[in-house]
Design a binder for this molecule. Structure first.
Ligand SMILES: CC(C)(COP(=O)(O)OP(=O)(O)OC[C@H]1O[C@@H](n2cnc3c(N)ncnc32)[C@H](O)[C@@H]1OP(=O)(O)O)[C@@H](O)C(=O)NCCC(=O)NCCS
Length: 144
């Protein structure tokens, strides 16, 4: 498979990256454009998975402290879910995190994604927060 995971490069690739984040993670919750971005976009490491040149999945890795990191904004294009892209981008994120030297990776999973992360051997630590008063999240972690 012709899969590449890298930073978006051109202005148009960056637009597609944030557009995917918006359409998959914010629009369904009735949130406005712009709500898909935060200050961590300046410092986080961005991952974009392209298959045959098309953007299929995204993720961002944030440092929490020297040993600990967090993956955020994991999303796969609507009609491309369930084809393995989520798993592949998560492995790339974990590999990078391990290389940087973090011991552990954490995340806050939506209820619908819990089983996806359990499948990737994340441990469920229980309820964390309610996003926009509607989406329950669960804190999960994995030793690297
Ligand atoms: C959740 C999401 C990132 C998973 O990515 P994906 O590409 O659809 O998942 P994959 O095809 O890589 O699945 C990997 C494994 O997890 C399983 N899996 C994926 N989603 C699952 C789900 N919702 N429930 C149960 N198992 C699931 C798959 O069966 C697969 O198992 P396998 O390794 O035995 O084949 C993606 O569906 C998505 O973007 N969903 C909408 C946005 C979202 O909820 N993002 C997460 C925010 S925390």
């Amino acid at each position: 498979m012709d899969i590449t995971i890298r930073l978006p490069q051109t202005k148009s690739e960056w637009e597609d990256y944030y557009d995917l984040r918006y359409r998959i993670l914010r629009k369904p919750l009735g949130q406005p454009r712009g709500s898909e971005k935060d200050d961590g976009d300046e410092t986080g490491i961005h991952f974009a998975l392209y298959h045959e040149g098309e953007l299929r999945a995204i993720a961002r890795l944030d440092e929490l402290d020297l040993n600990l990191c967090q993956v955020r904004y994991v999303a796969v294009e609507n009609k491309q879910q369930g084809k393995g892209y989520g798993k592949v981008i998560m492995y790339a994120v974990e590999q990078e995190a391990e290389q940087i030297g973090y011991d552990k990776i954490i995340l806050h999973a939506r209820e619908n994604a819990l089983n996806f992360y359990l499948r990737l051997e994340y441990v469920n630590l229980g309820e964390s927060y309610l996003l926009f008063d509607q989406i329950q999240h669960y804190k999960m972690e994995k030793e690297l």
